[in-house]
Write a protein that binds this ligand. Structure first.
Ligand code: PHE
Length: 353
């Protein structure tokens, strides 16, 4: 009886070890574990037969059984470790990370050059004490023209220059037709209608002109309007303000030149040039070899404008100016075609990102 059981155990141990060595998956191992070492497994069944042994034989078989269990357990553990290592190695190989590959460059966006220019311009005027105001792009004829002393017969009101909107006119007959504003000067009238002097603000915004598009003209562009109204505002203050702006934006080396000009809403009026920032005044294609480029229109607010908005022209004076944002940026960066701002060509735009 004892010998039979010992043989049985030894065969069982060999069979288990062979099966364990042949197992190729962890799952298979767990099944073998249960099959041989489980509570109802082969070993347990063999031990069950011990009941029939004599008291003298029991310890001998017990030792053989325990040895067999230890051998099978050790075999399981060794094989489990081997399979785990192989699984690790495989997943490492699969998920291998090549740290020598060059990184993927991230495309860095940035504000549009016009937005950047506008922000810088407004920063400068805010430092000079100007508030920021805005007006509508769809404007009525009264604010765009009449309030600014531009008579009905003025050529600027012609369809050649102005985009008219196909809509019923405003309820107030004085307002006239709706148009796309041709300049930011109507914001002067709107703010003055709503406030009492003194006031000092700049008004940035988009304007529209029905123009033939070329390197220096586009149907859409941007202006920054400026208005300062108080009891004794002088032309000298206008000059000082514009000089401060030009120095802050282009640098202390630039000079300003005021030429007599004409705008219906200012008197006297001036067209203001700066020394060409592209060639530093030496003469180039941008300044047509003159060394000077026009950057803005300006002047002292016309008494008729004050009257139109209900201000007393004997009590207050003021200066106004208007400049084109595209032009300001073109001169700063040496850009020779206004269309570049509107074509969204990344080769152009990324230079400002
Ligand atoms: N509105 C004028 C233009 O568009 C510019 C300007 C503004 C001139 C204010 C004088 C005063 O050309």
């Amino acid at each position: 009886m004892l010998t039979t059981l010992v043989t049985c155990l030894s065969e069982l141990q060999d069979a288990a070890c062979a099966a364990i060595a042949a197992a190729t998956a962890l799952k298979e191992l767990e099944a073998l574990d249960a099959q041989y070492l489980g509570r109802k497994g082969a070993l347990a069944q063999c031990m069950g037969a011990m009941k029939g042994l004599s008291a003298a034989d029991k310890p001998a078989l017990g030792k053989v059984a325990n040895d067999a269990k230890a051998v099978v357990t050790a075999a399981l553990e060794t094989r489990r470790a081997t399979l785990l290592d192989a699984a690790d190695a495989q997943s490492l190989a699969q998920d291998a990370l090549d740290v020598t590959l060059p990184g993927r460059a991230r495309v860095q966006g940035g504000a549009h050059p016009l937005a950047q220019t506008l922000r810088e311009m407004l920063d400068i005027f805010q430092r000079l004490g100007f508030a920021i105001e805005e007006g509508p792009e769809i404007e009525d004829e009264w604010h765009n023209f009449d309030a600014l002393n531009i008579p009905a017969s003025h050529p600027a009101r012609d369809v050649q220059d102005t985009f008219f909107i196909n809509a019923a006119p405003a309820a107030d007959p004085r307002a006239g037709r709706f148009i796309l504003r041709t300049h930011t000067s109507p914001v002067q009238a709107r703010v003055m209608q709503q406030t009492t002097p003194p006031l000092r603000f700049v008004a940035p915004g988009r304007v529209y002109r029905n123009e033939r598009i070329d390197a220096s003209h586009y149907t859409i562009f941007h202006q920054v309007e400026g208005l300062y109204v108080d009891r004794a505002v002088s032309f000298a203050q206008l000059k000082g303000t514009l000089l401060d702006f030009a120095h802050a934006y282009y640098g202390p080396q630039v000079k300003l030149r005021f030429r007599p000009g004409y705008f219906p809403f200012t008197e006297p009026s001036a067209e203001v040039d700066i020394t060409c920032s592209v060639c530093s005044g030496r003469g180039c294609s941008v300044c047509k070899q003159t060394g000077w480029v026009e950057i803005l229109g300006a002047g002292m607010v016309h008494p008729n404008v004050f009257r139109a908005v209900g201000y007393d022209p004997d009590a207050v004076t003021g200066f106004a100016f208007g400049m084109g944002v595209e032009r300001i940026a073109m001169l700063k960066y040496g850009i020779d075609d206004i269309r570049l701002f509107y074509e969204n060509d990344l080769r152009f735009l990324t230079q400002f990102a």
